[in-house]
Design a binder for this molecule. Structure first.
Ligand code: PEP
Ligand code: MG
Length: 577
């Protein structure tokens, strides 16, 4: 009988193939005291391991296929840069001399002291950097204990179509394995924000992470089915199960081919309503994707990345150059720039959000942080305004809670316009100003916000978090995250109606807008603008083109009024058939 295990699906799709268990037991590191004359020997051992590790990484970098997304080489480059940093290239040698210890122990001392700094921060992004520290140190350590052999991937093995089961995979592993044709992977560690998970999505490898003790239950050679959509692993499935998943694979491929045909099709419902399908973007690769799927423009440009991995905040010119690059890539399509939404799950080293907050999601974040420190906000406002002279730009404020807060932001924008005017610097005097509605208080009083704004945008990721009092990045309460919760739907409806009454557009830019399960429900509630990750656009377009709004409205409103979970699922089923 098939064994079924559950992990976290982080990259969609189904893979079927033999399991390959990667047993790479951790090397035990013991301290050995050495005498003065052995110091030079240990330093030499460290240096030659360091150089072997570097050579391995350069080899990985050269193996990256040319058409791979830029993220991939960036991850490998990060590891090379870490290796080249003095904290890894020379401090361990100093520690050998200082402590009269073996090279392995010196390496461990240095790794632990770096990790201690990381441990004091509990940000999920920082956690992924912790993984990087482990990966890079481990590579040097392995080179030390096993000569120059590459621990991760033995290229003499035939990886083709295998499903790899590992404790953890480095980005370098992932690239090499994809290069060697693996069908998918499962790891015991990791989360959806880890670099390896991001890479798996970019490389289209079905992947499941966080499946503790996977290597204890699975055996090399046995047939596995992994379902990256559901986080499911089936070991030793019978022919019937395999047939079922082969069918699903064919279905996924068929759907992808069908969707591509919709690239140039109009985003109109069957009943003729024109719907706007916009993209959420953040990194350069999103821009390429956006063009591929013919998005109508950008409904959410997250600008936090500009503040990451750097000392100090970006200058006005850095902002300006970045926005101009995106504008050029959009070739006349509108660009909605969200002013920076730092704090809580988007903490960065370059900007302080004050003393450690007990509850950062409710602390100094988003617009609160910007209003608290205009020196952070004004350079961005100036750059957005200057770029607005060159193309269709809208500005959007995140995390609004009260109307006075909005009015303060608008006043600051007006002052910034005045300062530009006084210097004869051009900008779009009528630049549309929108607000993200993602706090329940703002949703309930959306009508008041609408009086002062040109558009509203519903951020369901935060709206659900704040309405249901669940931290969006806390694994333990993830099960409560529910877009169908009656309170959430009621708030969405209030915002849509506020926009209709004020005759201003309402967009939804949270993840809910990119899930085809909810497209009809949202259309039935009156939503006409959707902004989502570019790779969801064609699927949503297909759904809306198959929708007759007048026939689904009744079900959508019934769902809005329903509080029984089973009945809701039944109604959603009716809506979507
Ligand atoms: C949201 O909260 O729904 C949203 C789109 O913003 P972010 O996910 O960046 O907080
Ligand atoms: Mg948000």
């Amino acid at each position: 009988m098939a064994l079924m295990l559950n992990g976290m699906g982080v990259s969609r799709g189904v893979a079927i193939g033999p399991a390959f268990i990667l047993h790479r037991d951790k090397t035990e590191i013991v301290e050995k005291k050495i005498d003065r004359k052995s110091i030079a020997v240990e330093v030499r051992r460290f240096k030659s391991a360091h150089s072997a590790a570097r050579k391995q990484l350069l080899k990985v970098r050269d193996a990256i296929p040319e058409n791979s997304p830029e993220d991939i080489s960036a991850f490998i480059e990060t590891h090379i840069l870490m290796l080249d940093d003095s904290m890894l290239s020379s401090t361990p040698a100093d520690l050998i001399k200082q402590h009269h210890c073996n090279a392995e122990w010196a390496l461990k001392l240095q790794r632990d002291s770096i990790l201690a700094v990381f441990e004091s921060m509990d940000d999920p992004y920082i956690a992924t950097r912790r993984d990087d520290v482990h990966h890079v140190f481990d590579r040097v350590l392995q080179a030390m204990v096993s000569g120059n052999k590459n621990r991760e991937i033995d290229e003499s093995i035939n990886w083709k179509n295998q499903i790899v089961i590992a404790d953890d995979l480095t980005p370098a592993d992932t690239v090499l394995m994809q290069h060697n044709g693996i069908a998918g992977f499962v790891t015991e560690m990791g989360g959806p924000l880890s670099h390896t998970a991001i890479l798996a999505r970019s490389l289209n490898i079905p992947a499941i992470v966080g499946l503790t003790e996977a290597r204890r239950y699975l055996k090399t050679g046995e047939t596995l089915v992994i379902d990256g959509d559901r986080g499911l692993v089936l070991a030793d499935p019978d022919d019937q199960i395999i047939d079922h998943f082969h069918k699903r694979q064919r279905e996924i491929r068929r759907k992808a081919r069908e969707l591509i045909k919709l690239t140039d099709a109009k985003p109109r419902t069957k009943s003729g309503e024109k719907i706007s399908l916009l993209a959420n973007i953040e990194i350069d690769d999103d821009l390429k994707l956006l063009r591929k799927v013919n998005a109508a423009g950008v409904g959410l440009y997250r600008t936090e990345f500009l503040y990451m991995h750097r000392k100090g905040i970006p200058t006005e010119d850095e902002h300006y150059k970045t926005y101009m690059k995106v504008l050029r890539a959009l070739r006349g399509a509108p660009l909605t720039i969200r002013t920076v939404d730092l704090g809580a799950d988007k903490e960065v080293e370059s900007v302080s959000t004050g003393p450690l907050a007990h509850n950062p999601a409710m602390g100094l974040r988003g617009i609160r942080l910007c209003l608290n420190d205009p020196s952070l906000f004004v350079p961005q406002l100036r750059a957005i305004l200057r770029a607005s002279a060159k193309g269709p730009i809208k500005i959007m404020f995140p995390m609004l809670t009260t109307v006075p807060e909005l009015l303060q932001a608008i006043q600051l924008l007006e002052n910034t316009k005045e300062a530009l005017r006084s210097k004869n610097i051009k900008f779009d005097n009528k630049i549309p100003v929108g607000g993200m509605i993602e706090v329940p208080a703002a949703a309930i009083s959306a009508a008041h916000f609408a009086e002062h704004l040109d558009f509203l945008s519903i951020g369901t990721n935060d709206l659900i978090q704040y309405t249901l009092a669940i931290d969006r990045i806390d694994d333990q309460v993830n099960y409560l995250y529910d877009p169908l919760n009656p309170a959430v739907l009621a708030l969405i409806k209030i915002v849509i109606e506020a926009g209709i009454r004020q005759k201003i557009p309402v967009t939804m830019c949270g993840e809910m807008a990119g899930s085809s399960d909810y497209t009809r429900l949202l259309l039935g509630l009156g939503l006409r603008e959707f902004s989502m990750p570019p790779n969801s656009i064609l699927e949503i377009k297909k759904m809306l083109r198959d929708t007759n709004i007048s026939t689904i409205r009744r079900h959508a409103l019934a769902l809005l009024r329903c509080s029984d979970r089973n009945k809701q699922i039944e109604l959603l089923g009716k809506l979507n058939t």
